[in-house]
Design a protein around this ligand. Structure first.
Ligand SMILES: Nc1ncnc2c1ncn2[C@@H]1O[C@H](COP(=O)(O)OP(=O)(O)OP(=O)(O)O)[C@@H](O)[C@H]1O
Length: 220
C-alpha cells in the first residue's frame, strides 16, 4: 500500500507539488497522468527519496516517511525502474540483478542467484542470464531492469515512462510482467503519457495539473 498525504514541495519560489494526497492499495497499479511540468517526476523522486519534500507524509504499509531524513525507514521498500533502464553495461543480466542484494544488502550469492532466476522466469528471460545489456533489445533490457528492481523485494515499484521507445508487442510483454507483479502483491506507480497503456494497466488514474491532484479515477 502506498499513501501520499498532504505532500508539498517547492523549488525556491516555485511551489511544484501542492498538498498532494492519494492512496494506492496493495497489489494495485496507479498511473500518474498530467501535462509536461505538472510535477509527476518530482513526486516520483520524492517517493523514492531522491528529492527532499517540504512537508506531508509518504506511507508504505506501516512505515511512514515524514521527510527525507526518514527515508532509511523505507529503504528497500521502494524500487525504481528508470526510463533509460540504468543497467550496468559491464555486468551480465544475472550479475546486474544480484549486484545490490549481494553488495548492498549482504545476501549470500546462492540466495540472490536463486531469487534472480525466479525473477528472470517472471520477466520471461530465463535463457538470457549470461547475456550483456548490449546484446538485448530495448524491451528485454526493460524487463531486466524490472527484475533487478524486484530483487530487493520492494513493496512499491515505480516506473518513469516505461513504454516510451518500445513497440506495441514489447509494450504488451511489459503489461504482462506488470500484471504478474501485481498478482504477487506489489503496489505499482507509473508515470506515462501513453493513455492506451494507462487504461490497460491502471486500477487507478491519478491526474496532476499544475502540482495539484485534479482527479483520482477508479478503472473498472
Ligand atoms: N531540480 C529542479 N530544480 C528546480 N526546479 C525543478 C527541478 N526539477 C523540477 N523542477 C520544476 O518542477 C516543475 C515540475 O517538473 P516535473 O519534472 O516534475 O514535471 P513532469 O510532470 O514530470 O513533466 P514531464 O512530463 O515533462 O516530465 C517544473 O516547473 C520544473 O521546472
Amino acid at each position: 500500500m502506498l499513501e501520499i498525504k498532504n505532500l508539498n514541495k517547492s523549488f525556491k519560489q516555485n511551489h511544484v507539488l501542492k498538498d498532494i494526497s492519494f492512496k494506492i492499495e496493495k497489489g494495485e497499479i496507479g498511473v500518474l497522468l498530467g501535462k509536461s511540468g505538472a510535477g509527476k517526476t518530482t513526486l516520483l523522486r520524492c517517493i523514492n527519496g531522491l528529492e527532499e519534500f517540504d512537508n506531508g507524509k509518504i506511507i508504505i504499509d506501516d512505515k511512514i516517511n515524514n521527510n527525507s531524513k526518514d527515508i532509511l525507514t523505507l529503504k528497500g521498500k521502494i524500487g525504481m525502474v528508470f526510463q533509460n533502464f540504468n543497467l550496468f553495461p559491464h555486468l551480465s543480466v544475472i550479475e546486474n540483478i544480484i549486484e545490490a542484494p549481494v553488495n548492498v544488502f549482504k545476501e549470500t550469492k546462492k540466495e540472490a542467484l536463486e531469487r534472480s532466476r525466479e525473477l528472470l522466469d517472471i520477466v520471461d528471460l530465463k535463457d538470457k542470464e549470461d547475456f550483456y545489456p548490449y546484446e538485448l533489445s530495448g524491451g528485454q533490457q526493460q524487463r531486466v531492469a524490472i527484475a533487478r528492481a524486484c530483487a530487493l523485494m520492494p513493496k512499491v515499484l515505480c516506473f518513469d515512462e516505461p513504454t516510451s521507445a518500445l513497440d506495441k508487442d514489447t509494450i504488451k510483454s511489459i503489461v504482462n510482467v506488470m500484471k504478474k507483479l501485481k498478482s504477487q502483491g506489489i503496489t505499482i506507480l507509473i508515470i506515462t503519457h501513453d493513455i492506451g497503456f494507462a487504461n490497460e494497466v491502471a486500477d487507478k488514474l491519478i491526474t496532476i495539473s499544475k502540482g495539484v491532484v485534479e482527479c483520482v479515477e477508479e478503472v473498472s
